[in-house]
Design a binder for this molecule. Sequence first.
Ligand code: NAP
Length: 284
Amino acid sequence: MTAQLIDGNALSRQLRSNVAERALALKAKGVTPGLAVVLVGDNPASQVYVRNKVKACHDAGLHSVLEQYPADLGEAELLARVEALNNDPAIHGILVQLPLPKHIDAQKVIEAISPAKDVDGFHIASAGALMTGMPGFWPCTPYGCMKMLESIGYDLAGRHAVVIGRSNIVGKPMALMLLAKDATVTVCHSRTKDLKAQTLQADVIVAAVGKRDVLTADMVKPGAVVLDVGMNRNDEGKLCGDVDFDGVKAVASHITPVPGGVGPMTITMLLVNTLEAAERAAGA
Ligand code: NAP
């Protein structure tokens, strides 16, 4: 079997054009959806991420502002900026790019964002909403994974999903989203004793670890769907995921590539969340 690719770029184009249409409809009512991206420090990877987010907003017709501050910005000053953005009616979504410099308590900053503008979905109120099935913003990366499963018409009810990784931004919310769609979910992590025994039982595997070749062909049940969240570099310095793509694609039914898989979907779902925040604020 050669797995079908789930193309994150193609799906993103489709979803972003829907965002652009809805943004136009909202603009006709006098509301332009707006995202504020806050970057503290000069982490090169973060700079690329924020630029991509701002450009994606622009391309979809969303208003965006990028606020950049030096690495020595004080925590109190950052909290004051977040508060100002909470009160700015032109801003519907606030994203503080992580990681923050060590002297700033990232969780405190996230909790300072109004849950109504928490388009990254990291606020404790957003996490609680996801856990209890209440309306709120879902973290963009696992939300993107759910959209990828939806795009292939995959019915999760009664399926066994194995999530590798248990971070607050990917693994745990991913598990909750799969559970909400009636999958039976197993969450694996660095202390899992026999990862292969778990993954071999899975109909769906989400790898969100940050290590190359965490998932190889011998660990995948024939016909399983494999989503690769990982972002790593191979020996040639090229971007690669957590999954041994060439091996696993011969066993899986569907697989996401890296690059061009989950990565673009993360930014797409940020646009979707920002648009939804604006629609909610406008009572649409
Ligand atoms: P993280 O916070 O470092 O979490 C990694 C998880 O992997 C932890 O739960 C860890 O277990 C687990 N783990 C580590 N080694 C393992 C092993 N050998 N077997 C099984 N589990 C293992 O990372 P993250 O923020 O969730 O991100 C994960 C990866 O996704 C990274 O490569 C990141 O760059 C990428 N990512 C991509 C996107 C995107 O848009 N494509 C977005 C976010 C993240 P413990 O909890 O026991 O330590």
